[in-house]
Design a protein around this ligand. Structure first.
Ligand code: MN
Length: 502
């Protein structure tokens, strides 16, 4: 499901008339060179669109209004090549509705020691021009990203590339529709939340449906489509013997394929990018969707189990941010622990719904009883998650704000085989260790459901929280419980004072 093909980032250079036409011509030429070079070499996920140099309040207002009105523009990169008196920017910034990244760079890298004169000084003023602009944005309490460095440097391009991916994810969230099939798992607290507040904050619309809304798509299903999907299963996964042609559970595989096709049609026709279900509201589903959910996640849909719409929406946004990157991204749950003196680990899994994008090695397709929900045995994909660095991210509703909690982890290969565990799983070592990580996570109210990703790092979540204007808490190698508690207290006060954030 590709929806970002036409998106773009606008590059806006600020200046003023004081320098005369000749200098402004050079400013425009330099901006064009930067944009052309980035588009050719930086590998950004969305192209950079050069906008005319702005030198007065009307031009600034115009570009900010146009950015807001453009469905293709997902963010602005702004740079003051020269000095641009920042009061000129107030009207524009007041109406700007797209994410803003302030790239603090200058055209030349080194000082031309031999040749530097006052003409050069007049042209290359970002060191103070960007400070004037920064003051105004800070004074206006504008949330934005600041990146400092030379525009050709791989470090700056990588940082900007991260922000562009996050801007694409944010844009997706602004238009995202989440379908909830059934309500919340009864009496569960953390998967609940204020859907109106979420729509105001993230733009995401969350609405309820039931099994009949999905299963009516079964009526139009052709037998050949179901056959073709089962053949795809055979080609991609190792089917357990009872699911193969002539096997005694072949019917379960057929039912799973029918559910997948119906679910996909329902999502496509409704324009949904994410969905939830719950084993307590399955209605006329014959089995809890297992392989269907897993494969739809692999195609880019967001998903949350037990009605968890916040995780479903976050997963979709993170799927968009990580589009085309190495490493998978999945719905996840902290399931059980391996306490051990040297290194304690978390086994992450779910009843069924882990995305095969995080799989290492073979993926098998199996059918087993579920034990809860009272439905037929669901077909699911079973695999081990790949080893390597990853993060777990949890979005929770604190009542007066949304909090994004991130734990950096290192996934490892299982110490032994798990021959009797009939679900996909991944084993990780949470930073700084399980003792601190779990205590801090619980103290922060982090959910048992998360988005687990090996593609994105904390840097992406930091940019995301900044754009969304929500609280971010990170548990990493540096986390100490005493400091973390102080941070919780400080944030509590901050968000009471500034209910809508900066
Ligand atoms: Mn769960």
């Amino acid at each position: 499901m590709e929806r970002n093909s036409k998106k773009e980032i606008w590059f806006v250079t600020g200046s003023q008339h004081l320098y005369g036409a000749e200098v402004l011509k050079q400013v425009a030429a330099h901006a064009a060179t930067i944009v052309d070079t980035w588009n050719a070499e930086a590998g950004f996920s969305a192209p950079m669109q050069l906008k005319p140099v702005v030198t007065d309040p009307d031009a600034i207002l115009k570009v900010c209004l146009e950015a807001g009105a453009s469905p293709d523009c997902v963010g602005l990169v702004v740079w003051m090549h020269t000095f641009s008196p920042a009061k000129m920017w107030i009207r524009g910034l007041n109406v700007l509705s797209k994410p803003l990244c302030h790239v603090h760079t200058q055209f030349n890298a080194a000082i031309p020691w031999e040749n530097i004169d006052m003409d050069f000084m007049n042209l290359n003023q970002s060191a103070h021009g960007d400070r004037e602009f920064g003051y105004l944005m800070t004074r206006m309490r504008k949330r934005r990203k600041i990146i400092t460095g030379h525009w050709k440097s791989p470090e700056l391009q990588a940082e900007l590339g991260t922000w562009i991916r996050v801007a694409l994810g944010w844009n997706e969230m602004q238009h995202l529709k989440v379908a909830r099939l059934g309500d919340n798992m009864r009496e569960v607290a953390v998967t609940e939340g204020d859907k109106v507040d979420a729509q105001i904050r993230f733009g995401t619309a969350v609405n309820g449906y039931d099994s009949s809304d999905v299963l009516r798509y079964l009526e139009g299903l052709s037998g050949s489509a179901v056959e073709a999907l089962m053949e795809e299963y055979e080609a991609q996964y190792v089917l357990s013997p009872e699911l193969r042609k002539g096997g005694e559970k072949r019917k379960s595989l057929e039912e799973a394929a029918r559910i997948e096709l119906a679910l996909q049609s329902f999502l496509e026709e409704g324009g949904f990018g994410a969905f939830t279900d719950t084993f307590e509201n399955l209605g006329n589903f014959v089995q809890l969707p297992g392989i269907a959910v897993q494969r739809l996640m692999a195609k880019g849909y967001g998903f949350g189990a037990e009605g968890d719409w916040k995780t479903a929406a976050l997963l979709r946004a993170m799927k968009v941010m990580s589009g085309g990157m190495a490493g998978g991204t999945s719905f996840m749950e902290d399931y059980t622990y391996h306490f051990s003196g040297s290194r304690s680990l978390v086994l992450g899994a779910h009843m069924l719904e882990i995305c095969p994008s995080i799989a290492a090695g073979k993926v098998s397709c199996e059918v087993h009883p579920l034990g809860i929900g009272g439905k037929a045995d669901p077909v699911r994909l079973v695999f081990d998650g790949a080893a390597g660095p990853a993060i777990n991210a949890s979005l929770i509703d604190m009542g007066n704000r949304f909090r994004l909690l991130v734990n950096e982890v290192h996934s490892v290969d299982p110490e032994q085989q798990l021959p009797k565990l009939p679900v996909a799983r991944v084993l990780w070592d949470p930073m700084p260790n399980l003792s601190v990580a779990a205590s801090a996570w619980i103290m922060a109210g982090g959910a048992h459901h998360t988005v687990y990703t090996q593609a994105l790092t904390t840097a992406y979540m930091e940019d995301f929280a900044e754009i969304a204007g929500i609280e971010l808490l990170v548990i990493d190698e540096q986390t100490r419980m005493r400091d973390f508690k102080d941070l919780l207290h400080a944030n509590e006060a901050y968000y009471q004072l500034f209910q809508h954030g900066f």
